[in-house]
Design a protein. Structure first.
Length: 404
């Protein structure tokens, strides 16, 4: 889908979209709980469809009405269906240990880019468990059962691996430990996982770099609403740095979402040329890069993990920002964005099939105009993004509805 964004000033109030990160976790908890649960605030994004698809693969039935999902959990199929994770790294990495805690075989499929992003942390720890892994271009097959143990895991690759284990280990017939062998990056996401688990009655004990997980715990049913999403709200709030007057409603003041730090980073970018560490908030990279170029510039450190997201968010975004006249210097674990007076691109902007790149380019384009191809990528996390910004006064037109 190709969309033309015209220069426009956005104003008004908008409700924050539901947190994708919490939604994943709450949906999985309901599938593992014995009995009926209900979660409201579930969007129609591709990532949510991926998690619901994997819940079905467990043999669990669910019913979705508008943004509410009812699930009767705890009764699993004798043999699982194929776990289709589409493009969702969270879904893939969360469900792998869950499936192996419950059955001895599991097959996961997904987009080629998703499989390319890898499961190296699981490969390391599963080898000691005798679990075999057969990886193909868009499929991974597992044979073997997850057993209680002390698991030595890296914390600097992705917190999603730790979250997956925290969901699975309470189901095992014995106690387990997770010992981190490196510093934990994206720690707020692990804190969100522990918080979500606590809502289902699951207790996780942590002491510095070690987690203790008691076995034979039972997930209890819940009725909960998903809180507002700090990660996607950052794109809505970003219009204010380009002359807009947008109020984003519904974010919790005491949220555990680490990406709420965007508010401080926006202030720093608006007033200075700051140094910002992205190691714990890589999803903010695209919008922070874009705003830094339009404002006072910035130096970003801890950027290496941006290269293994839905796209190579460092080099791909640098190529797109150059079309606005923004110079980006990219290094191994550091990015420098130089300030400029942005100009309307003379070339069509490319999404690189990355929802956060689409939204970042859209924000910039409202300042000068631009045409973006591949805009359907927003369906991954925020399918109503263009409707929402149009309600705030964004001037845009769909040039074609083809997926290109």
């Amino acid at each position: 889908m190709k969309i033309k964004i015209n220069k426009s000033r956005l104003t008004g109030k908008i409700k924050a979209p539901p947190s994708k990160s919490y939604a994943h976790r709450l949906l999985i908890g309901t599938a593992l709980a014995q009995g009926k649960s209900e979660i409201s605030g579930i969007s129609d994004s591709i990532d949510m469809k991926a998690t619901l698809s994997c819940i079905s693969a467990l043999g669990i039935k669910y019913q979705k009405n508008d943004d509410s999902v009812s699930i009767i959990g705890g009764e699993y199929a004798k043999s699982f269906g194929t776990f289709n994770c589409y493009e969702s790294g969270s879904t893939l990495r969360f469900f792998i240990p869950i499936a192996l805690a419950l059955r001895e075989k599991a097959t996961f499929v997904g987009a080629t880019r998703l499989i390319e992003r890898g499961i190296a942390v699981y490969e390391e720890i599963f080898e000691n468990q005798g679990i075999t892994i057969d990886k193909k271009e868009s499929q991974i097959d597992f044979v073997g059962r997850l057993k209680p143990d002390t698991f030595y895991m890296r914390g600097d690759v992705s917190s999603q691996f730790i979250t997956g284990m925290l969901f699975a280990l309470p189901l095992l017939n014995g106690d387990s430990n997770i010992v981190l062998t490196t510093a934990l990056e994206s720690e707020p996401y692990v804190n969100m996982t522990i918080d979500a688990l606590s809502k289902f009655g699951i207790e996780i004990l942590r002491c510095e770099n070690e987690f203790f997980i008691k076995g034979n715990q039972q997930y209890t049913p819940v009725k909960l609403a998903v809180e507002g999403d700090a990660s996607n709200s950052a794109f809505l709030d970003a219009f204010n740095l380009l002359g807009g007057d947008v109020s984003v409603l519904g974010l919790k003041n005491d949220t555990l979402q680490g990406d709420i730090v965007y508010k401080r980073y926006f202030e720093e970018i608006a007033s200075s040329c700051p140094t910002i560490d992205l190691s714990s908030c890589p999803d903010l990279g695209p919008i922070l890069f874009a705003l830094a170029g339009a404002k006072n510039g910035a130096k970003f450190i801890g950027t290496k993990r941006l290269k293994i997201k839905e796209s190579d968010r460092v080099n791909d975004l640098a190529a797109e920002l150059e079309k606005f006249g923004i110079r980006v210097d990219a290094f191994d674990n550091e990015v420098v964005v130089h300030p400029t007076k942005i100009t309307a691109p003379t070339e069509i902007l490319c999404s690189h099939n990355d929802h956060r790149i689409v939204m970042a380019l859209t924000v910039l384009s409202t300042a000068c105009g631009g045409i973006i191809g591949g805009c359907e990528a927003v369906n991954k996390s925020y399918p109503t993004f263009f409707e929402d910004i149009k309600s705030l006064g964004a001037s845009l037109e769909v040039l074609d509805n083809e997926n290109n």
